[in-house]
Design a protein around this ligand. Structure first.
Ligand SMILES: [Zn+2]
Length: 223
């Protein structure tokens, strides 16, 4: 199964990708993790990527393509993969299709988009609180500390990371919506897209995704 997983920040994609890995027995390939690993391991691509990151510049697309191409050619990805964090644009999706096609005409089987309304994402992320001392994470509604604003482990004051501030979250959601809307339309036209309701427990969302994949696995049946 060759799968692309889409969803805004805070949609629970990482959790779902790990559950899918076990069920489908194919590796999760997260572009951000690949990049960090290449830099850490000082591979040729990693050294090149770092030169951009050190300048505060974006790592160019073609470098990310090379990293993904290399990852997908490893033996554990022969039976498929779960792509997470890539593609983000229609242009990247087209390059991915060419990349797969170059491997004996391989194609994507499915694109799963986890759909969560902006207000819900804002509630999830802007409620996060982090311990200044030990890094433990809490949520003011879903996972509050025993004592308000204090860490359960070390009694240190909790704070809100800049990344989790409401304004920042809304800006990231806007960027996501702008680039992803055309991407969803693109995969919709190709008949690959399943939109999954991302409200509910991780277990419930997992079941919805698995049902969508089961339908995808039965040729001749439209969804
Ligand atoms: Zn703490």
């Amino acid at each position: 199964m060759r799968l692309v997983l889409l969803g805004p920040p805070g949609a629970g994609k990482g959790t779902q990708a790990r559950m899918l890995e076990k069920r489908l027995n194919v590796p999760q390939v997260a572009s951000g993790d690949l990049l960090r690993a290449a830099v850490r391991e000082r591979t040729a691509l990693g050294v090149e990527a770092k030169s951009y990151m050190d300048k505060g510049a974006l790592v160019p697309d073609d470098l990310v393509f090379k990293l993904i191409d290399e990852r997908l050619s490893r033996p554990d990805a022969a039976g498929g993969f779960i792509l997470d964090g890539f593609p983000r644009t229609v242009a990247q999706a087209e390059t991915l299709a060419e990349m797969l096609n170059a491997r004996g005409g391989a194609r994507l089987d499915k694109v799963v988009a986890i759909i969560v309304p902006d207000e819900e994402i804002v509630k999830r992320i802007s409620g996060r609180r982090t311990c200044r001392n030990c890094g433990a994470m809490y949520h003011v509604i879903y996972d509050p500390p025993r004592n308000q604003d204090l860490c359960n482990n070390c009694n240190t004051e909790l704070y809100q990371r800049d990344d989790d501030a409401e304004d920042t979250v809304r800006m990231r959601l806007e960027v996501y919506a702008t680039s992803t809307r055309p991407l969803l339309e693109h995969y919709g036209r190709l008949g690959l897209l399943s939109e999954i309701d991302g409200i509910g427990s991780p277990e419930e969302i997992k079941e919805r995704i698995f049902r969508a994949l089961d339908r995808a696995g039965k040729p001749g049946k439209s969804q």
